[in-house]
Design a protein around this ligand. Sequence first.
Ligand SMILES: CC(C)(COP(=O)(O)OP(=O)(O)OC[C@H]1O[C@@H](n2cnc3c(N)ncnc32)[C@H](O)[C@@H]1OP(=O)(O)O)[C@@H](O)C(=O)NCCC(=O)NCCS
Length: 156
Amino acid sequence: MTGSVNRKAVGIVNVICGANVTVVEPSNVYGCTVGDDVFIGPFVEIQKDVRIGARTRVQSHSFICELVTMGTDCFVGHGVMFVNDRFASGGPARGNKSKWESTSIGDRVSIGSNATIMPVTICDDVVIGAGSVVTKSIVQPGTYAGNPARLLRHHS
Ligand SMILES: CC(C)(COP(=O)(O)OP(=O)(O)OC[C@H]1O[C@@H](n2cnc3c(N)ncnc32)[C@H](O)[C@@H]1OP(=O)(O)O)[C@@H](O)C(=O)NCCC(=O)NCCS
């Protein structure tokens, strides 16, 4: 084989941010909006048009894709994966954004390490267990866990 690699450096580019934002490198964080006091750990990718509210923490190795919006005071554990393409028509949308779906995360949502969040809405004051796969929207505060994620307990 005689090909060469097309190198594409990204890094931290075109981020609209509030005061006291920390991003630990290496991370690819581009075209997104992050509020005051947000912390983003290393080896994180946050794609364009994502919005992250103030004081939210994103731990290392997480991936937050386009069409995700997250509120304030959230916690995203290590290696949390967001999804915007369900492969709804039998395979990847291959860049056809009309097939992508959005995700909306409320305030004070804590997501355990290695969880996967399909395109859903999660209301305020929710805890998602480590390793969970959230396949449906969550409309009541509580703790949810498993694959698929199910209610463990309501929060009063
Ligand atoms: C979901 C979670 C908050 C629940 O904690 P808890 O309220 O103390 O729950 P318990 O440990 O009493 O477990 C209750 C039940 O849920 C199950 N369960 C707990 N966590 C689970 C998880 N992540 N996935 C699937 N089932 C889980 C337990 O096995 C138990 O089942 P059982 O009743 O059949 O025995 C916690 O287990 C968790 O996953 N925390 C995430 C921590 C994390 O990722 N932190 C990142 C910082 S590094």
